[in-house]
Design a protein around this ligand. Structure first.
Ligand code: DGT
Ligand code: CA
Ligand code: CA
Ligand code: ZN
Length: 603
């Protein structure tokens, strides 16, 4: 684990412990915010540890937090964290992972009933003492019992590529119910996050009867293994991944853990926009919107944007007419904001987006080239011709074949001799093919010392060089930085493929000083890749954002091995959008001539 991730984890724990100990809200929030900012920061903050000015310049980091960063960098621990740990039983931290059980309830259970572990919790739920606590009640107890049953599985997140097909299938069921006029998914999935905690679906039903039928269909469908909630407007189930043809064997550590939660909320048609905004989140983005509404004398909730007043009963319950709420566009417009795409709603400064005119982030239909694909020559499953046919069908003007290099023995990497033959074959095929340009490339291994797997005279014969790390992915950050910098500085390299080698929810990969890599990539005119495969998404969103801010070129490539890998493009594009990527910086979105000119400028 890298410095940022580790420190963010400690700060999150501190926030929870502070809350359990009854510290003031402000302190709790400050720790949560700092954890989030640090986790998302593209640079390894230990490199800035002694530079208080640079640290405090980061939004969400004050003097106190800068000192903690320095302390963690020098001592590898935080005295305050240790001190808190001595006051809070360790078991309470585990209880925080039980869905529906926040610090408030845990505090109550701890103080009133001495609950300090999952076992204690089970006992007080079963013997009825929990239900007698003020603010608990039988229903809450039932909910916690249910959650507890799945608690061990609850902190696992599903990669977006596994969650999305399930959401699409559930949507299809929901839309098939008579009287359902509208249904979409919201939540982190709509925001295009790399991994998904649960799937959130919103629907509109034309009357009560339709709503009831909808609930029944949703809860009774194939693959539903557990119903967690069955209310008039909200249902919640767990579904089995396998029932949706989603194979999880490589992802799930625990064999029993093969399910994901799906929430359905039925919302009024006139609140559709407000509800989509609320349940799309992120929570932090919504907080910013509510503040903005208040500053304009308005109040925003999941039912709409209302004129503000100081009554206790929510406006929608008093028949107050909203000023906006039917569509997201209407709500954003009334708040004097551009209609922000879900992918940027993360409270990373997005309210300023589109202020000065058109907001134009990268889209799937902008992509006209793939520059990182494999064929049967190495570990791909398609021939050059098969792959070219698909690329052409997609309207691409260029396809580069980049099979593995000689060191990748497991991937049947090409010897120099085989590569030279392949270059000839590809150039010949290019002459025979109309409608698409075929380029001869290679995905060259970046060896552990940063040198490349072919000699320069061979590399110079290639139209495209993608240089990627495949082994030695546990190297220390400083070594990783050095290694990748060397590849970026190589004059024959066009693109750095999956720069960190991480796998979503499975392998952290390298943690180089991303800002140094980005600066070098700008200087040497190298593009950094967003590998669009949902198991990689590497660069990740926060890296893309830093790269875009520096004006670094980005490549979005599918790393095609199978025909269906072309369909992963959407995940790369969503990640690009989350990094505010515009088409002008994305080499795959360039017209053919511009792309080919750039490629040949390195020959
Ligand atoms: P996930 O499921 O962990 O990947 O992340 P999300 O963002 O899908 O979160 P989820 O499923 O808990 O809730 C969906 C959205 O609903 C969330 O992004 C914001 C909204 N929301 C849910 N609960 C709350 C809440 O207690 N307060 C506020 N302000 N918003 C909430
Ligand atoms: Ca969710
Ligand atoms: Ca949810
Ligand atoms: Zn590859």
């Amino acid at each position: 684990m890298g410095f940022n991730t580790e420190l963010a984890g400690l700060l999150d724990e501190m926030a929870a412990m502070l809350e359990l100990l009854g510290a003031n809200r402000f302190r709790v929030n400050a720790h949560q915010k700092a954890a989030r900012v640090i986790k998302d920061h593209p640079t390894d903050l230990s490199t800035l540890a002694e530079d208080e000015k640079a640290l405090t310049a980061i939004d969400g980091i004050g003097k106190g937090m800068a000192e903690k960063i320095r302390e963690f960098a020098s001592d590898e621990c935080l005295a305050e964290h240790d001190e808190l740990l001595s006051k809070v039983p360790a078991g309470l931290l585990r209880l925080l992972r039980v869905p529906g059980l926040g610090p408030k309830k845990i505090k109550l259970l701890w103080e009133e009933l001495g609950v300090e572990s999952v076992e204690d919790l089970r006992r007080v739920l079963d013997d009825g003492s929990a239900a007698e606590l003020k603010g608990m009640g039988a229903k809450t107890v039932e909910n916690i019992k249910d959650s507890l049953e799945f608690a061990s599985k609850a902190d696992r997140r599903l990669p977006i590529g596994m969650a999305r097909p399930i959401a699409e299938a559930m949507l299809e069921r929901v839309r098939g119910v008579k009287g359902v006029t509208r249904a979409e998914y919201a939540g982190s999935l709509r925001r295009g996050k790399e991994s998904i905690g649960d799937i959130d679906i919103l629907a509109v039903a034309k009357d009560e009867k339709a709503a009831q039928a909808l609930g029944e269909t949703f809860r009774g469908g194939d693959g539903v293994v557990k119903v967690l909630a069955a209310g008039d407007t909200k249902s919640s189930v767990r579904v089995e991944l396998a029932a949706f043809g989603v194979s999880s064997n490589r992802w799930v550590l625990d064999d029993s853990d093969q399910t994901v939660q799906v929430d359905l909320r039925i919302v009024p048609a006139e609140s559709w926009g407000a509800a989509m905004m609320y349940f799309t989140g992120s929570k932090e983005h919504n907080v910013k919107l509510r503040e903005r509404a208040l500053a304009r004398g308005l109040t925003l909730n999941e039912y709409g944007l209302f004129p503000e007043d100081d009554e206790d009963t929510p406006p929608q319950q008093r028949g107050v007419k909203p000023v906006a709420g039917k569509s997201e566009a209407e709500v954003y417009a009334r708040l004097e904001l551009a209609e922000l795409p879900p992918t940027v709603r993360e409270d990373r400064g997005e309210l300023g987006l589109g202020e000065d005119g058109e907001l134009r982030l990268i889209r799937v239909e902008d992509i006209r080239a793939d520059l990182h694909t494999h064929t049967t020559e190495s570990d791909g499953r398609m021939s050059l011709e098969e792959s070219a046919a698909i690329a052409k069908e997609r309207g691409f003007h260029t396809l580069a074949i980049t099979d593995h290099s000689k060191s990748s023995a497991v991937a049947n990497g090409l010897s120099v001799e085989r590569l030279r033959k392949q270059i000839e074959t590809i150039h010949e095929a290019d002459k025979q093919t109309t409608g698409i340009s075929l380029l001869a490339g290679s995905e060259v291994d970046i060896l552990v010392d940063g040198s490349l797997d072919y000699d320069d005279d061979v590399l110079a014969e290639l139209d495209v060089v993608v240089a990627s790390p495949h082994v030695g992915l546990k190297a220390k950050p400083a070594q990783a930085t050095k290694r990748l910098l060397k590849a970026i500085e190589h004059p024959l390299v066009h693109i750095i493929g999956h720069p960190t080698g991480r796998l979503v929810e499975r392998r952290p990969g390298l943690e180089p000083a991303m800002d140094e890599l980005i600066a070098a990539a700008v200087e040497h005119d190298v593009a950094l890749e967003i590998n669009a495969h949902w198991m990689r998404l590497d660069l990740r969103d926060t890296h893309v954002r830093a790269a875009v801010e520096a004006g670094c070129k980005i490549a979005i490539d599918c790393d095609v091995h199978h025909a269906e890998d072309y369909d992963n493009l959407i995940y790369g594009v969503l990640t690009g959008q989350r990094g505010w990527l515009t088409p002008d910086l994305c080499v795959n979105a360039w017209p053919k001539k511009k792309l080919h000119d750039w490629l040949s400028s390195k020959r």
